[in-house]
Write a protein that binds this ligand. Structure first.
Ligand code: HEM
Ligand code: SF4
Length: 554
């Protein structure tokens, strides 16, 4: 993985020193909270409902054991012993004391991490496929280009005050696990005549006006990608609306001007900018690629079949069924570690769990870890012969929940429990749904299902692109949960359709239960997933399941 250059070390160290001085001035009263706000936001420090919240970037979701161990240390020493992994491959610490934040940033710098540009109207943490470098279906590892984009966008002098925040996601696989169509820019690696390049998608986003991104160019060759991105962002910087923050994202710029007009402007800008890029970026990329050389994989012995012997417990076999994904190297597997044990807060990990993950990655995973946008942790390179030991070690750390891709593997934003913008709670709803379906023992029968919950229209919990989405709102002082159906985050992403009026806090879990028990009756057979059944049958039968009173009244 990437290791900081001298420049990176110096840059991050300078930022920590600057922020330490700013915090000192805030604490002695020479800066008011209003004056301090833009300074703290440049370093990922938010003020939330109960406390400051520090958002730390995990670039393209990649961590090594040492970094994970440091996150555990920070959680234990300066927070309440846990951290929250988010849908943007960041980790959030919910309870830091202001006076400790400079030390936390120093501890992060010590392991080549930072919180820069995790807030503000800047290019945010670049996200990528969480199976990058390991996925069997990958054209090439997307992380070198993601790292190049991180270096280009960090402290980019022109892009520190964009009209609004700007999010870029990259995938190297045709199977899109990075939700590229719900980002300001999505990059999908493709090959043309054997040459590597990217389909560039623009104007996707969730929030109060969800939009699926549109293809700006079906193929931009690799060597043109940085000037092309510069052309997109600089065009948006001039054209994007600054009069209304709800209309400021590039999705609205694209919508208002039309994709053809935007494309024309971007291409004109690209022809101006391109000659200024002398190819130095490609030299830097070559250098970066060396950091992403695959680890020293072990031979594919013993044979893969060794795992399917009956000597293993049903619990282990269930875990193999749900939490393992094929690896590009024979004999290896990708292990997804669920942070969604029913009843817990989705995405939270305790310091002890983070340490256990760091140890398992050291002992069985070539020191590598990933964070997924689905708020889980990935061990990307595990030899299949080590899977029983990995499972055992995960069990010891209470991390062996076998539910990846099932209903209890749901996404939820922090909602009213932490977030100052929330209109409803999302964590308790997530916990209740997971606990209920775990008790019903129907999860495996229901099969693949993406349920996503947000605590307000900002949609941090991705509810629009859940097969089932839940949006928590407030109506006359009471929480109300709106359900959307048929959304999807895959290669042909879709925004879900609102099913009808919202449900009260005590009605939402029974409503989801009616919906899914009904689906079990409606599907052709076990092979027809919830989403497939919805696509075949449309909204009506599912709506009838959600609102049986309306059917009776009719
Ligand atoms: C707790 C403090 C947070 C605040 C104040 C906050 C604020 C916001 C706002 C205002 C938006 C809407 C932006 C727009 O439509 O232009 C948004 C979108 C989003 N946020 Fe958050 N958020 C927070 C936490 C999170 C967390 C914890 C996650 C990950 C779990 C997250 C991930 C996202 C995502 C994925 C989107 C939608 C994608 C898009 O930008 O279109 N946010 N957030
Ligand atoms: S969706 Fe709303 S409640 Fe949830 S984290 Fe985002 S801003 Fe907060």
């Amino acid at each position: 993985m990437y290791h900081y250059s001298n420049f990176d070390h110096k840059f991050v160290a300078e930022r920590v020193a600057q922020f330490r001085a700013q915090v000192t001035r805030r604490l002695d009263g020479s800066l008011s909270e209003d004056e301090f706000k833009p300074l703290r936001l440049m370093n990922g420090l938010y003020l939330q409902l109960h406390a400051y919240m520090l958002r730390v970037a995990i670039p393209y979701g990649t961590l090594n054991s040492r970094q994970m161990r440091q996150l555990a240390m920070i959680a234990e020493r300066w927070d309440k012993g846990y951290g929250h992994f988010t849908t943007r491959q960041n980790i959030q610490f919910n309870w830091p004391k202001l006076e400790d934040v400079p030390d936390i940033l120093q501890a992060l710098a010590d392991v080549e991490m930072h919180a820069i540009q995790t807030s503000g109207n800047t290019i945010r943490n670049v996200t990528a496929d969480h199976f990058a470098g390991a996925a069997a279906d990958e054209i090439a590892d997307p992380r070198p280009i993601a790292e190049l984009i991180r270096q280009w966008s960090t402290d980019h002098p022109e892009f520190q005050f964009l009209p609004r925040k700007f999010k870029i996601a990259v995938t190297g696989s045709p199977h899109d696990r990075a939700v590229t169509q719900a980002h300001d820019i999505g990059l999908r690696m493709t090959l043309q005549d054997g040459l590597r390049g990217f389909e560039v998608i623009v104007g996707g986003g969730l929030g109060r006006t969800p939009m699926i991104g549109k293809t700006l160019s079906p193929f931009v060759p690799l060597e043109d990608i940085l000037p092309y991105l510069e052309a997109v962002v600089s065009t948006y910087n001039l054209l994007g609306r600054r009069d209304n923050k709800y209309k400021a994202r590039i999705k609205i710029t694209t919508h208002e001007h039309g994709i053809d007009d935007i494309k024309q402007r971007i291409e004109a800008q690209f022809s101006k900018i391109n000659p200024l890029f002398t190819g130095e970026d490609m030299h830097i990329l070559k250098e970066i690629e060396r950091h992403f050389e695959p680890p020293n994989f072990k031979p594919a012995n013993p044979p893969v079949e060794a795992l399917s012997t009956t000597s293993h417990t049903p619990a282990f076999r269930a875990w193999l069924d749900t939490n393992i994904t094929p690896h590009k190297v024979p004999g290896y597997a990708i292990v997804s570690v669920s942070l969604k044990k029913p009843g817990t807060t989705p995405g939270d990990a305790s310091a002890a769990q983070m340490r256990a993950l760091a140890d398992i990655a050291r002992d069985f995973g070539h020191e590598e870890l990933r964070i997924s946008h689905e708020q889980n942790v990935i061990l990307p390179h595990v030899h299949r012969a080590d899977l029983p030991q990995v499972y055992h070690a995960l069990r010891q750390a209470d991390l062996a929940t076998a539910n990846i891709g099932l209903i209890s593997d749901l996404i939820a934003c922090p909602g009213m429990d932490y977030c100052a913008l929330a209109t409803a709670r999302s964590i308790p709803v997530a916990q209740q749904i997971a606990t209920r379906f775990h008790a019903l023992k129907l999860e495996h029968d229901i099969g693949p299902l993406k349920l996503k919950i947000s605590g307000c229209i900002n949609a941090c919990g991705h509810h629009h692109i859940g097969h089932i989405g839940i949006l928590g709102l407030e109506k006359a002082g009471v929480e109300s949960y709106q359900i959307t159906l048929g959304g999807d985050a895959g290669a042909d992403a879709e925004i879900g359709t609102r099913a009808g009026p919202g449900f009260g806090a005590d009605e939402i879990v029974p409503a989801i239960e009616r919906l899914l028990l009904g689906y079990l009756q409606l599907r052709i057979d076990r092979s027809e997933s919830f989403l497939a059944a919805y696509r075949r049958l449309g909204l009506a039968p599912f709506k009838a399941l959600l609102y049986p009173q309306a059917r009776k009244a009719a």
